[in-house]
Unconditional design. Structure first.
Length: 223
């Protein structure tokens, strides 16, 4: 039995020596392209080990998902909070008050007004996020220990939650979906931070300061 010609052998994939995001910096040791969206960006060296990389990736995915919800919910609440409150008061006699301030800004750490939110809602949010966070920590620890009980296909952020069956069955589609999620999540984290500082500095809600982006959402005469 003879060995196949060398020309038929597939060379192992090699990583670029320098970061894709910052070409004059060397790629960090543990950023090997294992996760979608890895462009070798870790200038402060947070991922000092593979365990730390998995931990930070889990945290990044969680924050990305929360930020995507917030980036959509922030302007929607500024558009519809008063109208929805009025409708609920009319039909259910709940005696609710809008949480927007006089300049249509949502409650936030910089805007204030967080005390207007029901403690029951805060308790529900904290309980839900704590449960999700504990599940993520548990999965990460089992992954580090090589425990197969969470499944061989586990990766940070994979909780098996796909009620609409949107996750592609093929590997190429899965990688594309993971990349799209982390890119949108990173952009949303920047967007929500921008919303907060923009409203604090300008004193206006983002939907009022840039109506060209948001006013078309006010459908059905609700605005």
């Amino acid at each position: 039995m003879t060995n196949p010609p060398l020309a038929l052998a597939t060379p192992p994939p090699t990583l670029a020596k320098y970061s894709t995001s910052i070409p004059f910096l060397r790629r960090p040791r543990f950023l090997t392209g294992r996760f979608a969206g890895d462009v070798g960006f870790d200038p402060l060296g947070f991922a000092s080990s593979m365990e730390q990389l998995v931990y930070y990736r889990e945290a990044e995915v969680k924050h990305a998902r929360i930020a995507m919800l917030a980036a959509a919910g922030w302007p929607l609440s500024e558009l519809f909070d008063r109208q929805i409150t009025q409708q609920l008061d009319t039909y259910f006699n709940l005696n609710l008050s809008p949480v927007l301030d006089s300049t249509d800004r949502v409650p936030s750490l910089l805007n204030g007004g967080l005390d207007a939110i029901s403690p029951l809602w805060w308790g529900f949010c904290l309980g839900l996020t704590a449960a999700i966070d504990l599940k993520g920590v548990q999965n990460t620890r089992y992954l580090d220990a090589g425990d197969d009980s969470i499944g061989e296909e586990y990766f940070p952020g994979n909780y098996g939650f796909d009620p609409f069956n949107l996750y592609p069955p093929d590997e190429e589609g899965q990688l594309r979906m993971q990349l799209a999620e982390i890119k949108h999540g990173r952009l949303s984290m920047l967007a929500v931070t921008g919303f907060a500082f923009q409203e604090y500095v300008s004193g206006l809600g983002v939907v009022d300061e840039t109506p060209i982006f948001f006013q078309p959402l006010a459908l059905g005469g609700l605005n």
